[in-house]
Design a protein around this ligand. Structure first.
Ligand code: HEM
Length: 447
């Protein structure tokens, strides 16, 4: 598979990826402020309280994932087609609509303007440009291939992810209808169902790009037409429709819904972990070394798939699931997946997109190790504090909250320090990649 070399310097697919990296930097800074607010409760409460900072951090993290995933999918689609994208002017429009809306959302949070639901806490009016921007993405995507017949699995995954994201995003806004909002169980079920599916949809975009990248590095289409890839696709599809089951343990629904949801989401992760493992074993040394940065990030994602799978299995035990709701175990699960799996994979794509120029190769390598080692400590700290909180809530129901926080403070310090080292690791990687990106866009990258 000979890669397509774009000569387009005003390429908005790359600009999407760069925008994503800027959101990643904001996520890290806001995350550190949040960690400081754990250690010193009430810090900055008059103008930048935890209630403001948390949604800003979480939204910036989502915008990092979405922007980088959109840019990578469109960039790889171009390579797949061996041609520039049709309707580039719409990609530009989509970039401005989504980019502008994401920035406005963060600014409105800073001014204390809310109105949405958890994870999407911005004013519902801002859902309109998001819907328009995403619809443009679907239109551009659909105009850039003729049929789904005989297409590699990543095209199916991108197609499914693009369409389902829009559908489930609209679904997540159904609470705006009084009929839904006034019925608690219905409202919560729809909310968690749509959130599970939204994550499933962006995973389709990201897993599809991973399979594309693995084949690109191998120089053949072995994995994108393999049986295991088709299994991942079908499980992923089933998963994005039904994985919400495990988010609603506390709601009165049929137990089989929850169990099927869990089983499928874990099987999908297992297969995805296995495909990277098989790919790694089949890759010869020359290819490994000529794509060493993407290779490292893919392998790191693989390790994080298995670590998160271990945690998910523990969390799937209904007795444990019931108790760890609302604790840091859940935060560990979410951040473990969004940093360990999603972010590592996105960095693998970005290293490939801007990778020919090897500026800062050593810095990226050091950053990679700092990031992964500190992330492990960070993740363990979240799980540990989660279990300690659970223990207090159930074994010492008469506890005083400040006493619990004082007991947790040493863990919060380790959480902050590991988060700081993780941020340093990320920054080393991001700045090196941004330098390459600027060189590529300015067309000074002659390699
Ligand atoms: C790529 C980087 C990061 C991503 C993608 C990310 C993602 C997330 C997500 C999705 C949540 C919501 C968790 C949930 O509700 O279950 C979260 C919460 C949080 N994150 Fe991060 N995060 C990142 C880096 C950091 C860093 C470096 C720190 C600082 C040490 C940090 C500190 C926090 C804090 C304090 C919360 C709030 C947890 C709570 O509600 O108690 N994050 N993050």
């Amino acid at each position: 598979m000979e890669p397509f070399q774009s000569s387009n310097t005003a390429d908005f697919t790359k600009k999407f990826v760069i925008l994503g990296m800027i959101f990643l930097l904001s996520t890290l800074v806001l995350g550190l402020v949040g960690a400081l607010e754990y250690i010193f409760p009430g810090l900055l409460k008059d103008f930048f309280s935890f209630e403001k900072n948390r949604p800003m951090h979480v939204s910036a993290a989502i915008f990092w994932i979405l922007s980088a995933a959109l840019g990578s999918v469109l960039y790889f689609l171009k390579e797949h087609n061996h041609a520039e994208l049709k309707h580039e002017n719409l990609v530009k429009l989509m970039f401005y609509i989504l980019g502008f809306t994401f920035v406005i959302i963060l600014i409105t949070y800073a001014f204390g303007i809310f109105g949405g639901r958890e994870y999407w806490e911005f004013h519902p009016a801002l859902s309109i440009p998001i819907t328009v921007g995403w619809s443009l993405f679907i239109f551009v995507f659909l105009s850039n291939f003729k049929s789904l017949k005989n297409q590699p699995i990543y095209i199916w995954m991108w197609f499914t992810g693009a369409v389902f994201f829009l559908f489930t995003y609209l679904e997540s806004n159904l609470w705006l209808i009084p009929e839904v909002r006034n019925h608690l169980v219905k409202d919560m079920t729809i909310q968690w169902k749509s959130y599970g599916s939204l994550v499933g949809s962006w995973n389709m975009l990201i897993y599809g790009s991973s399979i594309y990248l693995m084949d690109k590095i191998s120089g053949n289409k072995k994995y994108s037409f393999s049986n295991i890839a088709f299994w991942i696709f079908f499980l992923g599809l089933f998963n994005l429709m039904f994985n919400w089951g495990h988010h609603i343990y506390t709601l009165p629904t049929q137990p089989y819904v929850k169990h099927i949801g869990y089983l499928v989401s874990m099987t999908e992760l297992l297969l995805f972990g296995r495909i990277i493992y098989l790919w790694k074993s089949s890759l010869d040394t020359a290819k490994k070394f000529s794509h060493i940065e993407s290779y490292r990030f893919l392998l790191a994602a693989d390790v994080w798939v298995f670590l998160n799978l271990g945690l998910a299995i523990a969390m799937s035990v209904p007795a444990i699931n019931l108790y760890m709701h609302g604790t840091h175990v859940v935060v560990g699960h979410t951040m473990g997946a969004t940093i360990g799996i999603n972010s590592m994979l996105l960095l693998a794509f970005i290293a490939n997109i801007f990778g020919k120029n090897k500026t800062g190769e050593k810095t990226v390598k050091t950053g990679f190790w700092l990031l992964n080692i500190s992330l492990f400590v960070f993740w363990i700290m979240l799980i540990t504090t989660g279990f300690i909180k659970t223990y207090w809530m159930h074994k010492r129901p008469d506890f005083i909250y400040t006493e619990l926080i004082n007991n947790l403070r040493p863990y919060f310090y380790v959480f902050f320090v590991s988060g700081l080292v993780m941020t340093i690791g990320f920054v080393m990687i991001i700045f090196s990649l941004l330098k390459r990106a600027v060189a590529k866009i300015a067309n000074t990258d002659k390699q």
